[in-house]
Design a binder for this molecule. Sequence first.
Ligand SMILES: [Zn+2]
Length: 248
Amino acid sequence: MRFTIRMDDITPGMNRGNFERFRRLLEAYGVCPLIGVVPECRDPMLQVEEDDPAFWDMVHGLREQGWQIAMHGLYHIYTTRKGGLFPLNRDSEFAGLSLERQKRMIAKGKRILSSRGIETDIFMPPSHSYDRATLQALRENGFRYVTDGFGTAPYEYEDIIFFPIAARKTDVMKQKTDGLTTLVMHTNSMTEEEFRFYEKLLKTGRGLSYDAWHREKKRKQTAAGHAREYLTAAGKRTVVRLRSYVKR
Ligand SMILES: [Zn+2]
């Protein structure tokens, strides 16, 4: 299976050492990822270092190199305990809020990015959670793409095109099937083992730059397909919860 990479939680206060190390790895293999930039980060969990004053210039530089940028929420603060349409987690910045409020939040995020000279029509929902109102708010604010859902081909759902993610990162190693998926990276907390895993994966030559998604054949998401995806996400959450219960 071919794969693209998305990097979450890109903020002025991120772990710069890990980010730079992973960036060098991607550059060595000629792979340009999608980065999820938080318009105005207020999440203390993402404040790993002092804010980098050169952060926004760096983002512009990456874009010029061919990196793609997604809007990763607004403040990256979870306001509800709703899993929404893709319930991988039970926290959300958006799912469960009124349409009006979601429209205001998404418009605000877009304005903040614009003021930094960044325009994008790709959305990366924090904690993978969004609901129908989020999708409507996105459409009304000119967003066309969401990086989420499970799968190996882009699909259309509620007039938004989804570029899906891999349910398990090891699937990409094992399966010989065709198709394209996205691996989700959190460089803030990346371990040595993960660096080794990704290097091995990139060596296979199956890693593509994120714009490859635009060349893939789209399919329509059916009600059955959505139900399957919903159950996989809910099932994964249950497994994770049970595991952490056992550990405790
Ligand atoms: Zn995030």
